[in-house]
Design a protein around this ligand. Structure first.
Ligand SMILES: C=C(O[C@H]1C=CC=C(C(=O)O)[C@@H]1O)C(=O)O
Length: 409
């Protein structure tokens, strides 16, 4: 099928009969491979055939489509995969791999366990950006802008850079076993010998496209979960009936529906959100489903038409982007961008790049943000980002970094 020895690419639309078992793909994963897993499909890729480094400002979707079609003509059907950053003018990290294998279904924990690194990663120091107080101050500043009518919602984030060595295959396996329904990814970013991977377990689907069918599943409005089942259920119900969170959520759903509408002959938008849970969070969730006018439209092009949604940026977009630039004080990089893949027909799946960490040789940086709207409280937003950070910190065995007294942070 393909001219490159060892290259294997199984078409997405031929997945159902007898695909490679997802668990065996996970077992085959090696450091510097790339893996993207959802409840629908799992993609395992190795090597780089061609990079597509344009920024979203520079016709990224068109450049990607040309690269996919050229590869399909010359070599065979291979997907494009990788990550697009939050900022439209920053370069994407997308490429066509030398080898790609798709499997249907979830990468549940395989029979064969990898040996755990012993001891668990040890953290030699933490650099928060901003500090806890800095984050609360930025939320207060965003609330002033909201009161002044300059913006309705701003998503503010923070990061924790930890001096620690973390094994990517080990982390990936732990993330998959904790939340197999999520969008779990390990995107190899190693270039020129500088080892780096973007690893995460996102609960949020930006866009899935298969034939003429598209689905987006925006999340916004959240509350941390607790161990006690009765209180946990009470929190979920409280979230569902919170006017503040419903408003925060509606801004995202309206923007997603407005961005998809011009591309769709039919669009279904539920009138009210439902609840979605991860191991650490409850979220308000809405599944927006559409039928495309042009089934040949690419999943990347459609995902970029949605990005950045108010779930990661705010509303209105331009005012929220300006507030983030002025208040956040650090570069988000790939965090709050999109991560996923597209095949030569444009079918594909792109998740919102959240609940993630940049894993480098001697350090790991975890990220989390929260939507600020009228009625938000600085301490509650800080606590929400801590709970979101736990997705990665718990999986890495580094949750103790959240217990550091603020004066030491
Ligand atoms: C920006 C993040 O979450 C977004 C997605 C879901 C819920 C969110 C919220 O309730 O604020 C955020 O909009 C993150 O997890 O870092």
């Amino acid at each position: 099928m393909n001219a490159i020895p060892g290259t294997l690419s199984v078409p997405y639309d031929s997945l159902t009969p007898s695909p490679p078992r997802a668990t065996s793909l996970l077992r085959a994963y090696r450091r510097h491979d790339t893996l993207f897993s959802s409840s629908q499909v799992q993609l395992h890729a190795r090597g780089v055939l061609e990079t597509v480094d344009a920024s979203a400002c520079d016709g990224l979707a068109e450049t990607a489509r040309e690269a996919l079609q050229r590869t399909a003509r010359k070599i065979g059907r291979l997907p494009l995969l990788g990550a697009v950053p939050f900022a439209a003018d920053a370069p994407a990290r997308l490429w066509i791999p030398r080898q790609a294998v798709f499997a249907a279904g979830q990468a549940r924990h395989g029979g064969e366990r990898r040996s755990l690194p012993v001891p668990l990663p040890h953290c030699d120091g933490v650099l928060p950006q901003p500090t806890a107080q800095g984050y609360r101050d930025s939320v207060s500043a965003a609330l002033q802008r909201i009161d002044a009518g300059r913006v309705a919602k701003v998503v503010l984030s923070r990061s924790l850079r930890m001096q620690a060595r973390v094994s990517v295959p080990w982390l990936l396996e732990r993330l998959l076993s904790r939340h197999p329904d999520g969008y779990t990814y390990a995107i190899d970013l190693t270039r020129n010998g500088d080892s780096a991977s973007l690893v995460g377990s996102s609960p949020e689907l930006l866009l899935r496209k298969r034939g003429a069918q598209v689905l987006s599943n925006p999340l916004a409005g959240s509350i941390p979960r607790v161990a006690d089942p009765a209180e946990d259920a009470q929190r979920a119900q409280g979230l569902l009936s919170s006017a503040k969170d419903r408003h925060e959520h509606a801004l995202v759903v309206d923007a997603v529906a407005a961005a998809l509408a011009p591309h769709c002959r039919k669009l279904q938008v539920p009138a009210a959100p439902s609840l979605l849970s991860t191991p650490t969070m409850w979220h308000l969730s809405t599944r927006v489903e559409g039928e495309l006018l042009d089934p040949a439209a690419s999943s990347l092009q459609l995902a970029l038409a949605l990005h950045p949604t108010p779930a990661v940026c705010g509303y209105p977009t331009v005012a929220a982007q300006a507030a983030i630039r002025e208040l956040e004080g650090y570069d988000r990089g790939l965090f709050t961008g999109l991560v996923g893949w597209s095949d030569p027909e444009g079918d594909g799946e792109w998740a919102v790049t959240i609940r993630c960490a940049l894993v480098e040789a001697d350090a790991v940086t975890a990220y989390a943000g929260a939507g600020v709207v009228r009625g938000s409280q600085p301490q509650a937003e800080l606590d929400e980002t801590s709970a979101k950070l736990r997705t990665m910190l718990n999986a890495m065995g580094l949750a103790q970094v959240l217990d550091v007294p603020e004066s030491a942070a």
